[in-house]
Write a protein that binds this ligand. Structure first.
Ligand SMILES: [Zn+2]
Length: 415
């Protein structure tokens, strides 16, 4: 074997083995003034920073709790910079590699389970199986393909006897937010197993359909399992730069590429080269466009930070039905709190978190779907993206209450 071939093999091996996070850290900093904000915003120019909350340095403002992940080697630089500037900080994760392992504290069986995080192959098989064994209530449709050619499946659940009304719900838009796809699977299980028993669920499914995409960003999800646990974007290389991936939730055709999203392909909030440039965005948007007469509500599941958000994100202006959305979100967070006491915030995206453009909830709203919500699931940063499997069940149970409440409300309002 030539030296070159050996080199190539080494490169390939390095490339295909998963990134490790030994002694990688997550810092939490709450900048108190503009000077501290600007120090924080300058960090990515010194070292590689993976922002957990907010999504990008662009969003940092004073008094915001900022969580960010850096490698073990670079954590010394971070500490030096923060100390030099007299900025207090906490290290909330000291060794991410250990915490990645600890996250998998649930069901140990090998098959699909609602109380663990499932790999894509298992979820894909599950979509086929659940449609087949509940064929009167569930059907599976392919709405498109990902950049890497994986089929994007949608499960239609409910009364199929007519166009009627529907709610569209998607999960797994951001790859590393594993609790999100877990919720979509949980919802399908609950819908099927309580139909005919639970009065509210039976009423909902007798009178409307749910369109559920268990994972939108499948390529990114697979990457987060096999290569980089903290991957967020899709896996498209359409930017033709060295950086891979577009933030699907900045790629929708609404105020695209304004406000906060980035035109830099290396950023985590890169909006793509055009609205709907990404096949995953296109699949969701095309399906919604072709079902506008029936879709009355839209729910998109993300994590983390415990919030229910509604339009707008790209402007501080209020929607015409602001009061109604605000009241509904308030009732939904109260329902969530009634189960395990978890406190979720609510409000418009712009006022509750920050301005963001190209997001699916705003795009859907502007298509005329007046009930459009983004959920940020557990937790508030103790585990962040590494929410343990033992929290899947309680998280899904509390969110079920909110989703059923919103669905019943929409059904009654649009009779
Ligand atoms: Zn997200």
């Amino acid at each position: 074997m030539s030296l070159l071939a050996l080199d190539m093999m080494t490169i390939t091996c390095v490339f295909i083995s998963a990134l490790r996070f030994d002694s990688a850290k997550v810092f939490r900093v709450k900048p108190q003034n503009e000077k501290e904000v600007s120090v924080m915003k300058s960090l990515p120019s010194l070292i590689k920073v993976d922002f957990w909350y907010p999504d990008s340095a662009l969003h940092i403002v004073k008094q915001m709790e900022v969580d960010f992940h850096v490698s073990a080697e670079q954590s010394n630089t971070v500490e030096r910079v923060l100390k030099q500037n007299g900025i207090p900080y906490q290290i909330i994760f000291d060794n991410l590699q250990e915490d990645i392992k600890k996250q998998l504290d649930g069901d140990k069986n090998d098959g699909h389970s609602y109380e663990k995080y499932n790999e894509w192959d298992k979820i894909s098989d599950w979509t086929a199986r659940i449609a087949k064994s509940n064929s009167t209530l569930v059907s599976r449709i392919q709405i498109g393909k990902t950049f890497e050619n994986r089929p994007i499946f949608l499960l239609q659940i409910g009364n199929k006897s007519g166009e009627g009304k529907a709610i569209f719900m998607d999960c797994g838009v951001h790859a590393r937010e594993w609790i999100s796809p877990a919720f979509c699977q949980w919802f399908v299980k609950e819908a099927i197993s309580t139909y005919g028993k639970d009065r509210d669920m039976t009423y909902i499914l007798d009178n409307m359909n749910f369109y559920i995409v268990p994972i939108v960003n499948i390529d990114g999800y697979v990457w987060s399992w096999t290569q980089n646990r903290f991957w967020r974007k899709n896996r498209s290389n359409a930017s033709q730069s060295n950086c891979i991936g577009v933030d699907i939730n900045r790629n929708f055709d609404v105020a695209w590429s304004t406000a906060d999203s980035s035109r830099n392909p290396c950023e985590e909030t890169y909006c793509g080269f055009a609205p709907e440039s990404e096949p995953e965005t296109k699949a969701v948007a095309s399906f919604i466009r072709s079902h506008l007469s029936s879709i009355k509500g839209y729910l998109t599941m993300h994590s983390y930070s415990q919030m229910i958000l509604f339009p707008f994100g790209y402007t501080y202006e209020k929607t015409a039905n602001y009061n109604e959305l605000n009241e509904l979100a308030k009732r939904a967070v109260n329902a969530i709190a009634s189960l395990y006491g978890k406190v979720y915030k609510y409000g418009t995206s712009a006022s509750t978190i920050y301005l963001s453009s190209g997001c699916s909830d705003d795009w859907v709203f502007n298509q005329g779907i007046k009930y459009s919500f983004t959920f940020e699931l557990r937790d508030k940063g103790k585990y962040g993206f590494l929410l343990p499997e033992s929290q899947i069940k309680p998280t899904c149970q509390e969110i079920m209450l909110a989703v059923k409440l919103i669905a019943s409300y929409i059904l009654n309002k649009t009779l």
